[in-house]
Design a protein around this ligand. Structure first.
Ligand SMILES: NC(=O)c1ccc[n+]([C@@H]2O[C@H](COP(=O)([O-])OP(=O)(O)OC[C@H]3O[C@@H](n4cnc5c(N)ncnc54)[C@H](OP(=O)(O)O)[C@@H]3O)[C@@H](O)[C@H]2O)c1
Length: 254
């Protein structure tokens, strides 16, 4: 298929590469920053576009991979187009396209995606479209390279998006606090890796609420207080420790 990509960031780069490697032609890369549009278009053998009036009309699919806040203004500035237009956002309804285009949908990557990460991790894809024909085309586009392709409506996608924030963004923030604490104490983070691996691996054997361990579920107030004293000057870690300890106690009613 012939693809036009709007945006030059993480998803534009990763989708562009996956789609090109799967045998599609990337017609153009639109970017508001000329250097970024030039760089990505060179990588993908595409034409760089910085002016929306110059967007060519011959692609089968336009992929709008710009920041969420830029999507609606971009849609209203786009020229007329009869192909399929999709965005890649988790929390934006596909109806942002309905006034302007007759074939539209969503191609949402369910993975935390950074263009610097190579090789790219496998990506489950959630799709939707305003007709069976659009959905079939998006399925055919994503099937060769996606880990899985699942059709979901706007509400389901928003719920999956929230789940992704908790699973990835919140977990990662906890790990930022942990690494900063361990670095300050000159501790070896590599020794925590088997613990983290086990936290994930055992989810294959049963739900998370069957695996809780630690001082909060044991109601071990002495240890909890020792830990809180240890980090009394690390404001963010202290707050997080106290909040999560109380949450665990409350959940398990200890
Ligand atoms: N990365 C992920 O893990 C991930 C996962 C799922 C879904 N998504 C979705 O994918 C979309 C793109 O995310 P991303 O991670 O690729 O973002 P990103 O790396 O920050 O790139 C955003 C792109 O949008 C462009 N942009 C920002 N404001 C603009 C404007 N007013 N007009 C035109 N272009 C504008 C930026 O251009 P400049 O470079 O010129 O600033 C950049 O090319 C978002 O809808 C996001 O929710 C991302």
């Amino acid at each position: 298929m012939r693809i036009g990509i709007f945006g030059t960031g993480n998803i534009a780069t990763v989708f562009g590469t996956l789609l090109k490697n799967a045998g599609n032609d990337i017609d153009f890369i639109y970017g508001r920053t000329p250097e970024n549009a030039d760089e990505l278009s060179k990588q993908l053998g595409a034409k760089a576009i910085v002016n929306l009036n110059e967007v060519p009309n011959g692609s089968d699919i336009w992929i709008l991979a710009v920041s969420d806040a830029a999507l609606t203004p971009l849609v209203s500035s786009l020229p007329p187009y009869s192909g399929i237009v999709v965005h890649t956002a988790g929390s934006i309804p596909q109806t942002i396209f309905e006034e302007k285009f007759s074939n539209y949908g969503v191609l949402y990557p369910y993975q935390s995606t950074r263009k610097e990460r190579k090789p790219n991790p496998p990506i489950p894809i959630f799709i939707n479209g305003n007709s069976p024909k659009v959905i079939n085309s998006l399925e055919a586009l994503a099937n060769p390279w996606a880990l899985s392709v699942t059709v979901v409506n706007d509400e389901q996608r928003l719920n999956y998006h929230l789940a992704a924030i908790v699973a990835n963004n919140f977990t990662n923030y906890i790990l930022i606090q942990l690494q900063e604490f361990m670095r300050a104490k000159n501790l070896d983070f590599d020794l925590v890796m088997p613990l983290l691996q086990e936290t994930l691996d055992r989810l294959n054997k049963g739900p998370a609420n069957t695996w809780q361990t630690g001082p909060a579920i044991r109601k071990d107030e002495v240890t909890i207080q020792k830990h809180l004293d240890l980090i009394k000057n690390e404001e963010r870690l202290h707050e997080m420790y106290a909040f999560l300890t109380n949450a665990i106690k409350h959940y398990f009613k200890v």
